[in-house]
Design a protein around this ligand. Structure first.
Ligand code: 3HC
Length: 312
């Protein structure tokens, strides 16, 4: 079959909403686009373990500690599914991790902000995992099969994470005056970076056009950001917190909120490696990778021995 026929078969599958699978023919740019997005997503999961991981020893109760540990472990598992999905596109795990460790690959901007108080752990679960789910529900229907299937499981776990965070915020907002102030302060600091998680405005998003054409993304950055605002503002109101946006206003005609513009200069700065914690996060990742080397080597040696036994 020539390339024109192969491309026709690919387009036909997309038009019927059938998944593209690893052994199917796919345009080179589709493969590259997916490797970029899935690996950035995988990196976000494992870098995302860091700001929360450093609160495990300081969680205010045994229950809170257990829940947070489970959540951080889940994120590691999400990284695993996503790296595996990316590998099915013909790129090795080593190469992907090398791109992260050398600063060539991006990961979500949100993880370059510090978690200063326990209320931040609530805000991260509520807002960051909340924004992640808003984005990821549509990815369960993304056109690449291994990515779509990984997202089904990830979404189930993310929704537990969102509730874990909201529960912390509810408790703190309903607690002492100081606790309520901590909750409000965390919301003030995490609100705008959470809106930035959805990416730049549609008009300035170079990847959206192809992503929608190839059914990788089903909705645009601005559509998802709007839905997140619509869902989250009433959740803040119910627990007596105020979203830090003076332009926030219900718009009856569009049945949604009008809201202010995130600081896109700050966003660009963070994704170019100059946020509060970029340097610290990468150093922590590289250190964890180096310190885990003996585990990888031992696992490989064990697997080789097992293979020898099977072959004998
Ligand atoms: N942080 C870092 N980089 C971002 C970004 C963000 N919040 N938003 C956009 N960018 C980058 C893009 O990667 C792209 O860079 P590149 O071309 O060099 O790769 C550039 O900014 C332009 O953005 P586009 O809108 O054109 O890019 P996309 O169409 O890829 O949209 C996206 C960005 C919405 C993040 C999309 O890639 C996506 O849906 N990715 C999958 C979901 C994901 O990665 N989520 C991470 C969230 S955190 C998480 O899930 C962990 C959980 O435990 C909380």
């Amino acid at each position: 079959m020539d390339n024109i026929q192969l491309e026709k078969g690919f387009d036909e599958k997309l038009s019927k909403n059938l998944n593209i699978e690893p052994k199917d023919w796919m345009p080179d740019n589709y493969r590259k686009h997916l490797i970029r997005q899935i690996s950035q997503h995988a990196h976000s999961e494992i870098v995302g373990m860091l700001p929360e991981g450093n609160w495990i020893t300081r969680a205010p109760s045994l229950r809170a500690k257990m829940v947070l540990m489970a959540k951080v472990q889940d994120e590691g598992g999400h990284g695993l599914y996503l790296y595996t999905a990316a590998e099915s596109l013909n790129i090795s795990r080593e190469e992907l991790l090398d791109q992260l460790h050398t600063g060539k690959a991006k990961y979500s901007s949100i993880f370059n902000y510090p978690t200063l108080t326990w209320a931040d752990i609530g805000a991260v679960g509520w807002l960051v995992d909340g924004a992640a789910i808003m984005n990821q529900v549509m990815l369960q229907r993304t056109s690449y099969g291994p990515y779509a299937r990984a997202m089904v499981r990830i979404c189930k776990e993310e929704s537990f994470h969102q509730r874990q965070g909201y529960e912390i915020m509810c408790k703190m907002a309903g607690g002492t005056k100081e606790q309520k102030e901590m909750a409000q302060d965390a919301l003030n600091r995490w609100w705008w970076p959470s809106l930035m998680m959805f990416g730049p405005p549609d008009a300035e998003s170079p990847n959206t056009e192809n992503a929608i054409k190839w059914k990788i993304k089903r909705e645009s950055n601005d559509q998802l950001r709007q839905r997140f605002v619509n869902q989250t503002v009433p959740q803040a109101e119910i627990i007596g917190l105020k979203v830090p946006d003076k332009n926030l206003k219900w718009n009856e005609a569009k049945q949604g909120y009008d809201f202010g513009e995130p600081d896109w200069k700050e966003f660009k700065n963070v994704i170019s490696g100059n946020g509060h914690c970029n340097k610290e996060r990468l150093e922590a990742r590289v250190k964890a990778h180096e310190e885990g080397r003996w585990v990888r080597e031992a696992a490989m040696a064990f697997a080789e021995k097992q293979n020898e036994k099977v072959a004998a």
